[in-house]
Design a binder for this molecule. Structure first.
Ligand code: DGJ
Length: 704
């Protein structure tokens, strides 16, 4: 619902519990006037006045809460737009022009006071998720080009308070999405990627809570995420008047965009929200947004299948016979989708050669992939395939034929990472090549799942044959290229489920999730480390998209040994996959795996479509606990993990969350029914002992 007060020129965007309000100031700026819990009347909202000047050094306009600040005049905080006009004027002066409201979307139109440059700010209220989705369009209405040097999606402000704590996610390969928390100092904190992709290093999500007061279940939390899979930045700045502004968008580092006459630049979406029920509710709002509005529509409501992936079992050492053996065991355990990973194409016997040559390796598959796929299908499973379309090994036919197809600078060495270079997706011929081979594979074979990998970040981002003004556009054009190719493939092959992978979780964001149905969370499959990675992941992303495999008992990364049950429990909290070397499983282990896979299938609707609750964090408690509750609160699953027991300590009772207070529940292991209120206030005792023990407990409503 969007309200407009014509006299005071203010708009109020109302979701279920929150509102976001903005208005036109006395000098024609668009200023934020409120963000927080919904207020009863439109008259409650203040007018959109500018702040007052602070001597001759800080202007009132510069201190105002501008929704989309242009770099001009006496304004020094992060601008949303910085541009140079054809006559070398490097100054954009935007003023309010008009607005439009259609359904749940407000569009506010701003115009430069002199040049034919128009900015359209779009705000969509995602009512049932308490979120506001915003983006901007920059339109050149003139006859001369405009050079854009910075174009963000927008800025938001949090109410002025003594201090705020910033929560954010960082990591590295095999150690993604770790939660960090710091108090915001009077300066700028820049979360960003300059790597060409979203990155393992930082993820485009943040949260701010006043005085570090918020908990999982209580307190005010402002949060946001950027829907972009390339260079991005989120700038959190606290000015010298204690105002916190958060600006997000495409990173302006090494960026420039030549906006031709009549063209427009569309920014990625910046999604912002407010929860007065702590971090848990903030996360759940983002989760339901993904489940209801972000994930590709054709597979949005279907449950994700239990997959087997051969990578950890076989590496590059694959053959038709070996894959069939694995497929037979996988099917007998209840696996629904068999995915063949790297190594099936070109001269791909290790990571030194073959990328780019997307034809079947005849030594490994003398009769093509059909015999394997037929067998997998006959076993009752779908077949999935790994590809890494954006990459090429210099040792490949593709590179020998088209050495100019990679990003490079003519006078510089082409820096390799994992022996590979990046194809220039700003080029139409490269995009066509990728689309064609993918389309050929998907048309020729009965492939139902694509794992789309991306195993390095950018270097020497040159495009020598492009015109000078287009050189720095590659950062954006590459991402648009990936989106465009996958979009075309999805339209032609709607049955195929796409997974985004970038050496694990290097490309997870709300942008990629519009084109890919799920993601590979991390190459770190140590079920204990995964608790922390998955917990961090859950702050921003839902469990349905989070692929988690059960791999070998002795983990290759940490050398940690964990029971099959613990490994399953950790992986069952997301989209369950199996990556264990099936040839090494004993009969008892196979039986146990079969039972756990069948249990997962039963509880999967609650895990993938239910509400997620973080009860005890593996970061600061030796017992970690997570819960998943069905929408109607009739069923819940509790997962608990003990790190290690010491001093014979008694473990704390685990207080549940998200249940119906007045309902009675049957809890596995208890012979009496207990009310939701008691389960949430007294909790339950879970008997775990030793090192790395775990439990999965089912909870079912029995009555009111
Ligand atoms: C990186 C991925 O994260 C792995 O799962 C695997 O697919 C390898 N690439 C294959 O090269």
């Amino acid at each position: 619902m969007i309200k407009y007060d014509e006299n005071r020129k203010i708009w109020v965007l109302e979701a279920r519990n929150i509102s976001y309000a903005l208005g036109v100031s006395e000098t024609g700026l668009i200023n934020n006037i409120y963000f927080g819990e919904k207020l009863p009347y439109i008259s409650d909202y203040p007018e959109a006045r500018n702040s007052r000047d602070w001597a001759s050094f800080t202007s009132g306009e510069g201190r105002s809460k501008e929704e989309y600040m242009a770099w001009s005049k006496i304004k020094y905080t992060e601008p949303c737009i910085k541009a140079t006009f054809h006559d070398n004027v490097r100054d954009v002066v935007l003023k309010y022009d008009s607005f439009d409201i259609k359904d749940n979307t407000l569009t506010v139109i701003l115009k430069d006071v002199y040049y034919p440059l128009e900015v359209r700010l779009h705000y969509t209220v995602i009512e049932d998720c308490d979120l506001i989705e915003r983006y901007a369009e920059i339109i050149n209405k003139g006859t001369q080009g405009i050079r854009l040097e910075n174009v963000l999606s927008g800025s938001i402000y949090v109410p002025r308070e003594t201090s705020y704590r910033l929560s954010y996610l960082t990591g590295k390969w095999a150690g993604e999405t770790q939660l960090n928390q710091v108090m915001v100092p009077e300066t700028k904190i820049v979360l960003e990627s300059r790597r060409g992709t979203t990155s393992h290093h930082a993820n485009p999500w943040f949260a701010l809570d006043k005085n570090a007061e918020a908990t999982e279940d209580n307190g005010d939390v402002y949060f946001g995420a950027l829907a972009w899979s390339g260079n991005w930045k989120i700038v959190i700045e606290r000015d010298n008047f204690n105002l916190i502004k958060v600006s997000a968008g495409v990173n302006d580092f090494d960026f420039a965009w030549h906006l031709k006459p009549g063209e427009k630049f569309v920014t990625p979406k910046f999604i912002v929200g407010f929860s007065n029920k702590g971090f848990g509710q903030a996360s759940r709002n983002l989760h339901s947004y993904q489940l209801k509005y972000v994930l590709p529509e054709n597979h949005r409501n279907s449950l994700r299948k239990v997959l087997y992936n051969s990578w950890e079992a076989t590496g590059f050492d694959i053959s038709e016979e070996g894959q069939i053996k694995l497929a037979e065991i996988a099917a007998s355990l209840g696996v629904e989708l068999f995915v063949m990973d790297d190594g099936w194409f070109g001269a791909r016997n290790n990571d030194k050669a073959g990328l780019g040559d997307w034809y079947v390796n005849k030594e490994k598959f003398p009769n093509g992939l059909k015999p394997l796929i037929d067998k997998v299908n006959a076993l009752g499973m779908d077949f999935g395939l790994w590809v890494e379309p954006e990459m090429v090994n210099p040792d490949s036919d593709l590179y020998r034929k088209h050495p100019d197809w990679v990003y490079h600078f003519p006078t510089r060495e082409r820096t390799e990472a994992r022996n590979q270079l990046i194809l220039n997706l700003a080029r139409e011929d490269v995009r066509e090549y990728i689309y064609d081979f993918m389309d050929r594979l998907l048309s020729e074979y009965n492939i139902k799942f694509i794992k789309w990998d991306m195993n390095r970040n950018f270097s020497e981002p040159g495009y020598p044959s492009a015109p000078e003004e287009g050189q720095r556009e590659i950062w954006v054009r590459h991402v648009q290229g990936v989106y465009e190719i996958v979009d075309r493939l999805r339209k032609k092959h709607p049955d195929v489920v796409f997974q985004s992978c970038s050496g694990g979780g290097g490309r997870v964001d709300l942008g990629i999730l519009r084109y890919f149905d799920q993601v590979w969370t991390s190459d770190n499959t140590d079920a204990f480390d995964r608790l922390k990675i998955q917990e961090g992941f859950s702050y921003a992303y839902c469990a349905k998209i989070m692929e988690a495999w059960v791999t070998d008992g002795l983990n290759w990364l940490n050398g940690r040994k964990l029971s099959l049950r613990y490994r399953f429990h950790s992986s069952m909290m997301g989209n369950l996959g199996i990556g264990v070397d099936l040839m090494k499983l004993s009969e008892e282990e196979k039986q146990e795996a079969k039972e756990l896979i069948s249990l997962y299938k039963e509880i999967r609707p609650i895990i993938q479509h239910g509400q997620q609750y973080r009860l005890l964090s593996p970061r600061n408690s030796k017992v970690a606990a997570f819960m998943y509750v069905s929408e109607d609160k009739a069923e819940a699953i509790l997962f608990t993990f003990l790190h290690s027991n010491s001093f014979g300590d008694e473990l704390p009772a685990i207080r549940l969350k998200g249940l119906d207070e007045n309902a009675l529940y049957a809890v596995e292991g208890y012979d009496r029914e207990i009310s939701g209120k008691a389960l949430m206030n007294i909790g339950i005792n879970v008997d775990m002992r030793g090192d790395f023990d775990s439990r999965l407990i089912r909870i079912k409503k029995t009555g009111n």
